[in-house]
Design a protein around this ligand. Structure first.
Ligand SMILES: Cc1cc2nc3c(=O)[nH]c(=O)nc-3n(C[C@H](O)[C@H](O)[C@H](O)COP(=O)(O)O)c2cc1C
Length: 166
């Protein structure tokens, strides 16, 4: 799909069919995510694929935004690997994860797979459920599935509210 069509097509999909996305499609999405740039190419991210029905059920205790998705990705980054800016020690790992997350949702859109980025969660609970060690920051969950309905495209601010030339 042409890039500008693709970014116009993506929206947060919150209703999925009961069908799990195909393994080949998931692999394509994961391959696409691996092309994302990261600071100093340190690649601190890990992507946890949650498809086990028991774990998906448990995950509902960590967030109410699972939308009964059959495939949920959890993007985390290792703070021992991520780039920390020398001057102020700022950790850019979540920035890396945000780009990875973007690559994932756009790749999904290109395959006609719906997605929703979810950050509203009890990350302590999610950490426990997914057995994530303390050196990782949990950056996002991404629900994936075939959309049940036509998507609704959200509005945006006008560009002149966002862009300033200085
Ligand atoms: C960092 C981030 C966190 C988000 N967290 C949630 C969430 O917890 N639950 C949810 O339903 N949507 C979540 N969203 C989706 C946003 O609500 C959605 O992207 C926004 O309303 C714009 O709509 P659109 O994605 O359909 O264009 C999140 C999106 C981003 C980028």
């Amino acid at each position: 799909m042409e890039y500008f069509d693709l970014i116009n097509k993506r929206y947060s999909c919150r209703e999925y069919t009961d069908e799990k996305i195909k393994k080949e499609e998931l692999n394509k999405i994961l391959e696409a995510s691996n092309l994302a740039p990261t600071a100093v190419n340190f690649q601190p991210q890990k992507i946890l694929v949650i498809e086990n029905p028991e774990t998906l059920k448990e995950l509902k205790e960590g967030t109410k935004y699972t939308f009964n998705s059959k495939t949920i990705l959890c993007v985390i980054h290792d703070t021992n690997v991520s780039w920390h800016r020398y001057r102020d020690q700022r950790d850019f790992g979540s920035f890396d994860s945000a780009i990875v997350t973007t690559y994932i949702v756009l790749a999904a859109t290109n395959l006609n797979i719906g997605s929703c980025i979810v950050c509203s969660m009890d990350d302590k609970k999610v950490r426990e459920i997914l057995n994530i060690s303390d050196n990782y920051v949990i950056d996002s969950l991404i629900t994936l599935g075939y959309p049940k309905n036509e998507g609704k495209i959200n509005s945006r601010k006008n560009l002149d509210e966002i862009v300033e030339y200085r």
